[in-house]
Design a protein around this ligand. Structure first.
Ligand code: ZN
Length: 512
């Protein structure tokens, strides 16, 4: 067999058995790695082989961002961008500008602000939103995705009144006279989202394209597409792009817990789908975000009760489906361990999404139950600052415990949780995970958490995640060698070229 492409004279790190030791040459044929080694790889050259001289440039497997809200991020690109808003007036100004592009009666959405960045240090009131939105239904989301403020028209559309009770795992903000003030926390956010007309398939497709453009430009060739709601339409959007040849990233689509029955009766099983689009992990929320995480020491919000969780994990396990459970606090992680233990499915690689406060006893249990930790390495930085407020001192050593989990034998997978982190660039997180004074891990372990571990979490470790022969040629080429350069700005680091199955999906070989 002759090579379609040979990358020559580079620093090619497979992240497989040879770890970080660089090879100089890599050959691609039929979308897969044909060989990786030294000059002898040139022997695979044929009459139509393209040779690219890397001149010392580094090559790595494409990143796998195992948890990013692809469609949600994409759709917010059509909403008002509130990131970096400095105060409520700033938010209102941006909503006013954005509304100029909307049709009469069309719902307005905004996202990206954070209360602690507003001079007022509080959420806006619905009547403040009303001043600029009038009777157009509108809501705005805080960057973490766990708090929303709706205007009066959106509350009316959802029939939320003084009498409306708080839903399980959520809270409706109220004035002193008990009238709703617009704030909707956690599962209460859905009260307005459920009555908003769903975006069209075309809109979803356009949203995916926007998200894909960003992800691929960061060297990400595989993504776990996290969901908040049970739209089966998301899957159609990916499928349509795949059919049209416009999907340039491999997608592992989560299915919201409401779709468990449907998925199971259709015969969807863990690892369902092909190498481009697959579906399967059933997404469920156990606790909330920020100060609403469920801790053993008490407090927090339970979006799914322990009993409901046990029932859901058992049903999923009996159907051969993997579960991806949002669990940040130790009580929530413990509840997931209990549910997996009760369900008896230790070969389904049940996932704990976030896994932020995980003490040694739970690390050991997760290992024993064959579970996977899907984490955001930046939590090691933000978490330690926030933990001073949210968590008792004794919980802080078990925050973002990458090292402990790996030592216990739990596969640790990294992800961005886009748009919770506004930029999915994996490099800053990799640096934080390596440099963390408390739970730091090696560079190789951090890179594997962003490559082969993600493939393991989606049952694809035999086809991707390293650049060993036979693996999909999903790879990224850099300018020079960032791993060998002291002066790299990790925030700005971007690949020069990205290949998916040997096909260029970002950058150009000739461009500088
Ligand atoms: Zn998420």
């Amino acid at each position: 067999m002759r090579a379609d492409l040979i990358l020559a004279r580079g620093r090619i790190r497979t992240l497989g058995r040879s770890g970080l030791n660089p090879h100089t040459h890599l050959a691609v044929a039929g979308g897969q790695v044909l060989a990786c080694g030294g000059r002898e790889v040139m022997g695979l050259r044929g009459p139509r082989t393209r040779i690219v001289d890397l001149a010392g440039a580094a090559v790595l497997p494409g990143f796998n961002d195992a948890h990013a809200h692809v469609v949600y991020y994409g759709l917010t690109r059509f909403g008002a961008d509130l990131s970096g808003a400095t105060g409520i007036d700033d938010i209102l100004e941006r909503l006013k500008d954005h509304a100029r592009g909307l049709k009469p009666g069309e719902w307005q959405q905004g996202m990206g602000y954070r209360t602690d960045e507003l001079v007022e240090r509080r959420q806006p009131h619905r009547t403040e939103l009303d001043r600029v939105t009038g009777d157009r239904p509108a809501f705005i989301d805080e960057r973490g995705g766990h708090a929303r403020v709706a205007n009066s028209a959106a509350l009316a559309a959802a029939a939320i009144t003084t009498e409306t009770p708080n839903p399980q795992g959520g809270r409706i903000g109220r004035d002193l006279n008990r009238a709703p003030n617009g704030l909707l926390l956690e599962s209460a956010m859905r009260l307005v989202a459920d009555v908003q007309p769903p975006p069209s398939l075309d809109r979803r497709v356009d949203g995916v394209l926007k998200a894909q453009e960003l992800l691929v430009s960061r060297g990400i060739t595989s993504v776990g597409a996290a969901v908040n709601r049970g739209f089966a339409d998301d899957l159609r959007a990916y499928e349509r792009l795949a059919q049209d040849g416009r999907l340039t990233i491999r997608v592992n689509e989560f299915l919201s817990w409401e779709l468990l029955e449907a998925a199971s009766s259709l015969g969807v099983r863990a690892g369902f789908g092909g190498p481009l689009v697959r579906a399967g992990p059933i997404k469920v929320f156990i606790d909330g975000g920020a100060e609403r995480v469920a801790m053993r020491s008490g407090g927090g919000v339970w979006r799914t009760t322990r009993d409901e969780l046990r029932e859901l994990v058992s049903r999923a396990t009996a159907s051969g489906l993997q579960v991806a459970a949002h669990a940040i606090g130790d009580a929530a992680i413990e509840a997931m361990c209990d549910a997996v233990e009760g369900g008896g499915g230790t070969d389904l690689r049940h996932r704990v999404e976030h896994c932020t406060i995980c003490p040694p006893d739970l690390q050991a249990r997760m290992a024993r139950l064959g579970m996977v930790a899907v984490m955001q390495p930046m939590a090691a930085r933000f978490g330690r600052v926030a933990s001073a407020i949210f968590f008792p001192v004794r919980d802080r050593t078990h925050l973002a415990p990458h090292r402990g989990l790996l030592k216990a034998g739990v596969p640790v997978t990294f992800s961005s949780d886009l748009p919770v982190s506004a930029d999915p660039n994996p490099w800053p997180g990799i640096r934080v995970a390596v440099e963390d004074q408390v739970n730091g891990i090696s560079l190789l372990a951090a890179l594997r958490a962003y490559t082969s571990a993600g493939a393991f979490a989606s049952f694809e470790e035999s086809i991707k995640g390293t650049l060993e022969p036979g693996m999909l040629a999903d790879l990224q080429i850099y300018r020079g060698d960032p791993l060998d350069d002291e002066g790299v700005n990790w925030e700005e680091l971007r690949p020069r070229v990205v290949l998916l199955g040997g096909v260029r999906v970002f950058g150009s070989f000739s461009g500088r």
